[in-house]
Design a protein. Structure first.
Length: 116
């Protein structure tokens, strides 16, 4: 069974930075496009960044220039560097395949809170 474990969230002030990590347990993710999603209270989960198996990236407009997605295929791990954080970035962040996530494989997510 595919498992995804996110970590690295926390509470930061506006303008701060965090680095999120997502460890996958199946080698299939080394060949898959992976994405970071987020879900804010009262809102639908949205895809914010994705990366192909060869390293091509794509970002949602609200995070362009501030977030950077990367991956280490040898470690089955995907990262999301969050810089210049804003209060509107507050959400639970998840990783999964992109753009079509495995609906039965969502992890617990990691909470990012941006507040002064």
């Amino acid at each position: 069974q595919v498992q995804l474990v996110e970590s690295g969230g926390g509470v930061v002030q506006p303008g701060g930075s965090l680095r999120l990590s997502c460890a996958a347990t199946r080698l299939i993710f080394r060949l898959a496009t992976m994405g970071w999603y987020r879900q804010a209270p009262g809102k639908q989960r949205e895809l914010v960044a994705s990366i192909t198996s060869t390293g091509s990236t794509n970002y949602a407009d609200p995070v362009k220039g501030r977030f950077t997605i990367s991956r280490d295929n040898a470690k089955n791990t995907v990262y999301l560097q969050l810089n210049n954080l804003k209060p509107e970035d507050t959400a639970v962040y998840y990783c999964n395949k992109a753009p079509n996530p495995l609906t039965a494989s969502w992890g617990q997510g990691t909470q990012v809170t941006v507040s002064s």
